[in-house]
Design a protein around this ligand. Sequence first.
Ligand code: ADP
Ligand code: MG
Length: 261
Amino acid sequence: MSESSQGPIICVDNIHKSYIMGREAVEALRGVSLCVERGEIVCLMGPSGSGKTTLLNILGGLDSPSRGHVIVDGENVVALNEEALARMRLHKMGFVFQAYNLLGNFTAEENVEAPMVLAGMKNGVRRKRAKELMSLVGLADRAHHYPSELSGGQQQRVAIARAMANDPAILVGDEMTGDLDSTTGFEIMALVSKLNQEHGTTVVYVTHDPRMSKYAHRVIQLRDGRIVTENGNGHDSAAVVKPGELIIDDDGKQIVDRGKQ
Ligand code: ADP
Ligand code: MG
C-alpha cells in the first residue's frame, strides 16, 4: 500500500458545486472542507436542499466539484478520466441508495454478483463470494428469490451485499433507510455498523432522520451548501480539516499536514 494508507481515506478541500439552471447558477456547495478517517462512520445531515447528496456524490466519485480538491485513498479524483474514475468506484466504493436499485430480472444472488462480473472475477470465485455475502447480510435462504419476492428491508440487505461485492474501502449511503419503517431502518444501520466493525469499511451516509444518525462516530450538519456543525458522537474526532492544513503534492499522495508528521 502507498504511504497514503496512513492518512485519512477521503479529503475534500474547499469544494464548490454550482449547477446552471437557465440563466441562474444554483450553488449546491459553497466551500466544504472535510476529511474522513479510515474506519470512521460519518453521517451527513441537514435540511432538504442543503447539499448532502451533492457532497456524497462528489465523495463517491459519482460527480465532480466545480472547484476544489477531492482525494480518495491517495488519489486525486478530480484529475482522473472517466475510465479511471469508473475503476475507482468499482473497486473502492460501495453504493447504497434509498430505492435499492436492484435489477428486477435477476435473482438476489445474481444482483450481488453483478459488480464482480464487471471486475472480471472468475465464475467459481464469484458464486462462492456471492453466497458468502448473502449469508453476511442474513439472507442465505433468499439467494434465488427475485427482488419483487423480497420485502423492502430484504431488498436493501441485498443492495448492501452488492455494495460489498468487491470489498470496497468505503460504503456510501444516501437515505438508505428512507423507504423503511424505523425497526427495519435500525436493522439496516446495525448491519452497516457490523460491516464497519468486522471489515473496517469506512462509511459515509446521508440521513434526514436523527434516529439513524446515532450509528455514526461523527455527525456533520450541512446548511445552504456549507458545514455548520460537527458532533463527535462521543468518539474521537481528529478529522476536521482547517484551512491551510490540506496539502496535496503532484501525485495526490500527502493529504493532510497537521504539523505532526
Ligand atoms: P439534499 O440532498 O441535501 O437534499 P442536494 O445535494 O440534492 O440536497 O441539492 C442541493 C441543491 O442543489 C438544491 O438546491 C438542489 O435543488 C440543487 N441541485 C442538486 N442537483 C441538481 C441538478 N442536477 N441540477 C440543478 N440543481 C441541482
Ligand atoms: Mg439528498
